[in-house]
Design a protein around this ligand. Structure first.
Ligand SMILES: NC(=O)C1=CN([C@@H]2O[C@H](COP(=O)(O)OP(=O)(O)OC[C@H]3O[C@@H](n4cnc5c(N)ncnc54)[C@H](OP(=O)(O)O)[C@@H]3O)[C@@H](O)[C@H]2O)C=CC1
Ligand SMILES: Nc1nc(=O)c2c([nH]1)NC[C@@H]1CN(c3ccc(C(=O)N[C@@H](CCC(=O)O)C(=O)O)cc3)C=[N+]21
Length: 306
């Protein structure tokens, strides 16, 4: 098990705590000014894979002073019905942000749902317009897990400019946005996926290795460069030796921790920061909405009034 005092562990708790404290201040001010932030979570069908995430969203939103509402829909709902529900939330001025928990049932095209969320309410940064922003180096609202992972790498104090980084996994929600965020920071990025000929050969060259695949113990000690920083994003649930269900990452932490200079524990690494960033994104969305509101209604049109 992890050693609580081992400095090789890059822990997410303190970073998440810092982010949530700042969000809490912002949320209190916004609420006092008449704009209370509210996050709505949409879950469709079987929710096992998202239960932990939603539970933590609810708990941390309460801590931060953001109201949180969970909408659960049955697995047999149609894509059209879901889109209608999302449009309703878009039009509701009390709703600041909308997050669609993944996965959704196979008959629902996730991209259509993500595109149905108004870009100003897209707190996950998954609308095509939002994803486009990170390509253009506008990074204030990035996909939560990707932003969380990069935030944790920065805790090492390593200079990201010119850093050799390898990302294993290229999903739209995690791997690809990580690559874009790191490119914006000046890192040299290699992205591996299931067709990569030798993930090990690439991984061994990395000063920083990000892993987001969903396979326990995929990354072993001989795939890691001595002294590297290893950011384990995987959240996999498996039955431990004691017969209890537990969460493990994608990295064989017990062996890799002897080779790496820094490693993120699972649980207790990227996960808590992901939740904190979601809340921070909610406040970014709120300030954009307020700016839009101000631009539309803040200046009285003198000619119209005459
Ligand atoms: N900590 C957190 O906050 C979060 C954690 N997660 C976790 O991160 C992990 C990844 O999630 P997500 O990105 O959504 O998963 P996806 O299943 O969408 O993507 C997995 C990626 O891994 C690639 N891949 C599959 N097998 C291999 C292999 N053997 N070698 C190299 N690459 C491979 C796939 O490539 P290809 O597409 O080419 O098959 C794909 O790009 C999961 O464990 C998930 O639970 C997810 C979100 C948040
Ligand atoms: N649209 C969407 N975006 C996601 O980012 C997304 C998703 N769907 N579906 C599910 C996965 C998984 N995921 C987690 C995030 C944080 C923790 C988390 O807080 N983990 C803590 C707590 C663990 C615990 O409480 O046991 C930890 O790792 O320490 C877990 C899981 C986000 N995902």
């Amino acid at each position: 098990m992890s050693q609580p005092d081992d400095s090789r562990y890059l822990r997410g708790g303190p970073v998440a705590h810092r982010i949530i404290a700042a969000v809490r201040e912002d949320a209190a001010i916004a609420t006092a000014e008449g704009f209370p932030p509210k996050l709505v979570s949409i879950t469709v069908g079987d929710t096992d894979a998202v239960d932990v995430y939603v539970r933590n969203q609810r708990a941390k939103a309460a801590l931060a002073g953001i109201s949180f509402e969970e909408r659960r829909f049955p697995a047999d709902i149609t894509a059209g019905e879901l889109e209608a529900a999302i449009h309703g939330l878009n039009a509701d001025p009390r709703v600041t942000g909308i997050i669609i928990q993944r996965p959704v049932p196979a008959h629902i095209p996730i991209k259509t749902l993500q595109a149905a969320v108004h870009p100003l309410k897209d707190v996950e940064g998954m609308h095509p317009a939002s994803i486009g922003n990170i390509v253009y180096n506008q990074l204030d609202l990035a996909p939560c897990t990707a932003a969380a992972s990069v935030e944790l790498l920065k805790e090492t104090g390593l200079d990201l400019k010119g850093l050799e980084v390898v990302v294993v996994g290229h999903s739209e929600i995690v791997g690809k946005p990580i690559a874009f965020l790191l490119m914006s920071e000046g890192a040299t990025v290699t992205v591996c996926h299931h067709m990569t000929r030798s993930v090990a050969a690439h991984a061994r060259r990395a000063d920083a290795l990000f892993v987001a695949v969903g396979k326990p113990r995929l990354i072993k000690a001989d795939m890691v460069k001595p002294g590297a920083a290893v950011i384990d994003i995987g959240i996999n649930s498996e039955i431990g030796p004691d017969g209890q269900s537990r969460i493990v990452g994608d990295v064989d932490t017990e062996s890799v921790k002897h080779v790496a200079s820094w490693i993120t524990p699972v649980p207790g690494g990227v996960g808590p920061i992901t939740v904190a960033i979601l809340l921070r994104n909610t406040m970014v969305a709120l300030s954009r909405q307020r700016a839009r509101y101000q631009a539309t209604y803040g200046v009285v049109d003198r000619l119209a009034a005459e």
